[in-house]
Design a protein around this ligand. Structure first.
Ligand code: ATP
Ligand code: MG
Length: 183
């Protein structure tokens, strides 16, 4: 499954609607300090349901909304949409037949977040369910953050098993079994 593009508006330094195309041969994003490279990664993390402000380098979740600059006023909402190419039908279930899967999250100043899949309102956990077993998502390995390599190297056997189960695509079954047995 391939990430095709990332759309941001009002998110951190990306106040104006911006589309970041993710071509198949993209190797890296370069630019001067503070130009917004890490903000793009934060956007991907955030749209996938990140709920810890500290993981996005902020104090509260509203910190992701553009807070103004010397010549621009702050805005009232932030939105990020990421679009995946699903031609290989890696996504199973309800959305499997869609050629493109667009995941969107919007936050208002009051702190409320709403989530959408292909423009239909969904719950946060629907986004997590969609990606279980694909390696994408909160507990996936699609984003390797600073310190993660050493976390894997130093992982206890159970933690290492979690990484392997996600990579093998079986964590979704464990998750569902856990849900069934705790209901
Ligand atoms: P480096 O090369 O130093 O890692 P970078 O390109 O990764 O830099 P980012 O951390 O993505 O830079 O961007 C930091 C910039 O984003 C700062 O200028 C900061 O003021 C701005 N920024 C972050 N959050 C907001 C916000 N809520 N509103 C406005 N600007 C913001
Ligand atoms: Mg950075």
């Amino acid at each position: 499954m391939r990430l095709a593009h990332i759309k941001l508006a009002g998110f951190k330094s990306f106040v104006d609607p911006t589309v970041v195309p993710v071509s198949q041969d993209l190797v890296g994003i370069v630019g001067p300090n503070g130009c917004g490279k890490s903000n793009i990664i934060d956007a991907v993390r955030w749209v996938l349901g990140e709920s810890k402000a500290s993981a996005l380098r902020g104090d509260s979740m509203q910190d992701v909304i553009f807070s103004g600059s010397d010549n621009r006023k702050a805005v009232g909402r932030a939105s990020v949409e990421i679009v995946f190419d699903n031609h290989l039908n890696k996504i199973t279930g309800q959305w499997s037949s869609y050629a493109e899967i667009a995941i969107k999250r919007v936050i208002q100043r009051d702190g409320n977040s709403s989530y959408y899949i292909n423009n239909l309102p969904v719950r946060r956990r629907d986004i997590a369910d969609l990606f279980l077993g694909t390696g994408v998502g909160g507990r996936g390995y699609a984003i390797i953050e600073q310190g993660m390599i050493s976390r894997i190297i130093e992982a206890k056997p159970q933690e290492l098993r979690n990484f392997l189960e996600e990579a093998a695509g079986i964590s979704q079954y464990r998750e569902r079994r856990h849900e069934t047995s705790t209901r």
